[in-house]
Structures are given as structure tokens and as C-alpha cells.
Design a protein around this ligand. Structure first.
Ligand code: C5P
Length: 319
């Protein structure tokens, strides 16, 4: 796919917000013929976000700098991979960019920080380079780069099926809910390891037939707690990877226990493949009060904590 003409709207500088996500529901249905897991999920954007700045350069290079030295800025970073893919599809090999990442989403946390940065790169460079790719084209590029990336691009509240890349948006309702998030900064969980362990422990119980997958998808679409998402009927929260990861990662058990002790906490779960965990609150004020009263206990247990509202959109160009 390529386009022959760049828009005159291209400029020299673009800034993009890349929000994190949590999983309100992560159900492993079975194994696919491509080796990935067939999933039924509800993903939700949150206001905790990275910020990326893109400055066009005339030398045809793609470079990345970051305020967190523990992150690779080389060709393995999804930001660089997304920039290379977009340039390749544009058929303008001379395009260059200097990207600066301000990292606020914890790394290796199950919050899709890397995927959101990659999605933000597709949106930012589409604007900076004036390429004119549609939202659908950008979502297709995103799906090539990672299972969570199309969601990060679209954001808000979405049902995510397939390997996570097939989106069905949930109706947007004004939603005041917020979360307290925690993560032990010394622990990270490899996503392939978590899925591999899930297969070892639960593979014999996986569904096999497409009709069984579809039945599970439909019951999630029909779930009363989703129609609409509201604080007075809070999500039951389910994460099938939690059963696999928690027994082997002490930080997850400690996080879930401390979060469920927070006053006003409606439900707690691990996000994605962990190790970050969250507690859901009716509104931001209750989440802030609960965190303020328990911050010391969380810190004493080695956990970094955040308080953040749910967000109705994914990556966003700042104008
Ligand atoms: O697509 P992504 O690169 O985020 O996936 C990382 C890894 O997580 C995959 O290589 C695979 O091991 C596992 N995975 C899976 N099923 C999915 C998504 C991810 O098994 N639906």
C-alpha cells in the first residue's frame, strides 16, 4: 500500500499523547493456528500516558531519544519499528524524523505502554509527513506490529477479539470511574512467558471450535455490566492470565491484597500479563482519597502507585 502524493498539511513538529490501557476482562478462549491465543477482552484506556514529540529532519534518518535510560532506543523499540513501517508504506524513503519520548507509563507492566507508543508513532508521523493514511489503514499497520496496537490507536472502551486486534467499540457513555494502579518497579513479566504458562496449565481445557469461540464472544457482548459500563454495577473483572502469573510472582499477590484493602475499591485485578494491578473506584476523588490514605503502606511494600481516570479515547494528536 502506498500513496503517490504527500499533503501540503505536513509540518515540522507534532506532539502526541499515548495513553495506557487496563483489561477489564481478559478471557483466553483457545489456541489459534498461527500460535497466538484466541481472546475475548474488554480493554479500557486510562489517562496515565506517555508523550511523544516528532520533529522532521532532512537527512532521512529515524532517531529516538527517551528520558528513561532503561528503555532501548534502537530498532527493537516499537516506536522505531512503527516509523520504519509507515515510511516503507509511504514510498517516500527520504522521510526523516527525530522522536523524543517522555516515558510515564511503567515499562513491562501489562499496560501496553510500548504498544501505545507505537500507535502514537503511526498517528504522529501520518500527520507530520502529511501521508493521508485513513484510520483503518493505520489500524491495519498497527495490527502487523502488535496484537494490542489497534486498540491503543482507537482507545476508549472496546471489545477486542481474535488475538486482540479485532475491535468492536462499546458505546461511549459518560463514565466517572477511576483506578489506583500499582507496580513493583523491580518486577516485569514477559507476555510470551505468561501465555506459554497459560497453555501449559490450561491448554487441555481450551475451546476448540469457532462456534464455541463465538458463543463466548456473544455472551461478553451481552454482559449486563458492559451495557453501559457504570460505577453502580461495577465490572466483575476477569483476567485468565492472573491465575497463571499470580502464583509465580509474589508482587502480584501483594498488589492484589493491598488494593482490595483500599476503602471504596469496587474490584481488583491484574492488567494484561502483569505485573501491574489495579483497583476500580466510582470516581477520581474516591480513588485519590484511598491512595492518599494507603500510599505509605504501598510504598513500604515496594510498590509504585498512580491514580488515574478512565479515558474515552486512544492516542491523540495535540494541536
Ligand atoms: O502481539 P504481541 O507482540 O503483543 O504478542 C506478544 C506475545 O504474546 C506473542 O508472541 C505470543 O507469545 C503472546 N500472545 C498470544 N496470544 C495473543 C497475544 C499475544 O499468545 N492473542
Amino acid at each position: 500500500m502506498s500513496i503517490s502524493k504527500r499533503s501540503d498539511a505536513s509540518g515540522h513538529f507534532v506532539s502526541v499523547i499515548a495513553p495506557a490501557k487496563i483489561n477489564l476482562h481478559l478471557e483466553v478462549l483457545g489456541l489459534r493456528s498461527d500460535g497466538f491465543h484466541e481472546l475475548a477482552m474488554v480493554m479500557q484506556s486510562i489517562e496515565l500516558a506517555d508523550q511523544l514529540q516528532f520533529t522532521s529532519t532532512a537527512d532521512g534518518t529515524i532517531s529516538l531519544s527517551c528520558d528513561n535510560s532503561s528503555l532501548s532506543t534502537a530498532g527493537d523499540n516499537l516506536i522505531v519499528r512503527a516509523a520504519q513501517l509507515l515510511r516503507e508504506r509511504s514510498a517516500f524513503p527520504e522521510l526523516g524524523v527525530a522522536i523524543d519520548l517522555q516515558k510515564r507509563i511503567p515499562i513491562g507492566a501489562g499496560l501496553a505502554g510500548g504498544s501505545s507508543d507505537g500507535a502514537a508513532t503511526l498517528v504522529g508521523l501520518n500527520a507530520l509527513w502529511g501521508l493521508g493514511f485513513s484510520q483503518q489503514q493505520l489500524e491495519d499497520f498497527a495490527a502487523e506490529l502488535g496484537s494490542d496496537m489497534p486498540f491503543c490507536l482507537a482507545g476508549g472502551s472496546q471489545l477486542c477479539f481474535g488475538r486482540g486486534e479485532q475491535l468492536e467499540p462499546l458505546p461511549v457513555h459518560k463514565n466517572s470511574m477511576a483506578v489506583v494502579l500499582v507496580k513493583d518497579p523491580s518486577v516485569s513479566v514477559s507476555t510470551p512467558w505468561a501465555y506459554g504458562r497459560c497453555r501449559e496449565l490450561s491448554g487441555s481445557r481450551y475451546l476448540q471450535q469457532e462456534c464455541d469461540f463465538e458463543q463466548r464472544r456473544q455472551s461478553l457482548r451481552d454482559a449486563p455490566w458492559l451495557n453501559p459500563l457504570r460505577a453502580n454495577d461495577p465490572p466483575p473483572l476477569r483476567n485468565d492470565l492472573q491465575e497463571v502469573v499470580a502464583p509465580e510472582v509474589d508482587a502480584v499477590q501483594v498488589s492484589l491484597k493491598l488494593l482490595s484493602d483500599l476503602p471504596g475499591s469496587l474490584a481488583v485485578a491484574m492488567s494484561g500479563s502483569g505485573p501491574s494491578c489495579f483497583a476500580l473506584f466510582a470516581d477520581l476523588a474516591s480513588a485519590q482519597t484511598a491512595l492518599a490514605s494507603h500510599k505509605q503502606a504501598l510504598t513500604a511494600a515496594g510498590l509504585t502507585s498512580w491514580c488515574t481516570a478512565l479515558r474515552a479515547e486512544g492516542v491523540t494528536l495535540e494541536l
